[in-house]
Design a protein around this ligand. Sequence first.
Ligand code: SF4
Length: 330
Amino acid sequence: MEARQLPERANMGTEQESLAVESFRRTLFRHGLRLGRAQTTTLQINVGLLCNQVCKHCHLEAGPNRTKVMDEETFNDVVAFAQKGRFETIDITGGAPELHPNLIRMIETLSSLSDRLMVRSNLSALEENDPNRLIDVFIKHGVIVVGSLPSADSVQTESQRGKGVFEKSIHALKRLNAVGYGKKKTGLQLDLVSNPPGAFLPPSQAQAEERFRVILEKKWDVVFSNLFTFANVPLGRFRQWLHQSGNLETYLERLYSSFNPCVVEGLMCRTLMSVAWDGYCYDCDFNLAARLPMAGSTSHISEMEGPPEPGTPVAVGDHCYTCAAGSGFT
Ligand code: SF4
C-alpha cells in the first residue's frame, strides 16, 4: 500500500516571538492549570475544504478552489472508528459540507452511530444543489443544523463573507423555518454561530442572542433555537488579514490580556476530537487548521483503537488564547 502523505505543518509566522505574548502553555502553567482531555463525547468530521465562499475570517482558508474532500476509503475508516465507541455527538463540518457529493449518504450512515448528528452550514451553500431534498434528509435523521451568520446586519455580514451572502443566508433560514427548523415544539434544532466581522472580541452570548432574535424576527420573520458566539482565531485567512491590516499585534495582545483561567475546564478540546478529510486526527478544528497533531503525535483514524484516553494532554498553540478569552468558547 502506498505510504500515506503526512500533513504539512501550517506556517504560524514568527510574529509571536516579537510580541509580549507569553506562550499559551506557559500561561496555563502560571495559573497552575493543565489542559488535559476528559471523556471524548464528540467526533467532529471535517469533510473537506471545498466551499462556495471565501470568507475573510476562515481559519481553514476554505474556498471554491480547495478541492480536497474526504474520499470513500477515509469515510469508511471514520465509520469503523465511530462504530468502536459511542459518541454523544457527531458533528459534520467543512468547508461547506453541502458541496460534498456524498453528504446525504454520510448522514444516512452516521445518524445511527450517535445520539446527536450536527451539520454545520454557511447557509448560502444550502441554497445550492437541490436544498429541499437535503432538508428532507435532515428532517428524516433529526439533524441539528448549525448555521453560521456573523451578524444580523447585511453590510457587516457581507464585509466578511462577500456580496449576496446575507440575502442567500436569509433565504436558507426561511426555507428551514418553513419546515419547522428553529420553531418551538418541532424538535428540529436550528442553531446560529456568530463571529465578529473584525479584530475585536464578540459581545456576551446572551446579549448577542437577544439582538439577533429581535432583528431577525422583526425584519425577516426568521426564528432560530440558540445562538453561539466565538472570537476569530488568528489562523489562516484571518491571520493574513490581521497581518496585512496591521492589526495582528493588537489582536494577539487583546486575546492574551482577556485570558480567563475559569473557562479552561470547559474548553471544547477536552471532549471533542476532529478528523480531517485525509483521516488525520486533531484535538479541534483550529489545531487541524494549524496542523498541530493530537497529543503531539500524528495519528490517522484507521490506526486508532479509540478516542484518546482521559488525561491525555491537549496539543496547544498560541491560537488557543482565542478559546480562553473572556467568557470563552466551549
Ligand atoms: S484552539 Fe481552543 S479548542 Fe483547540 S486546542 Fe486550543 S484551546 Fe483547545
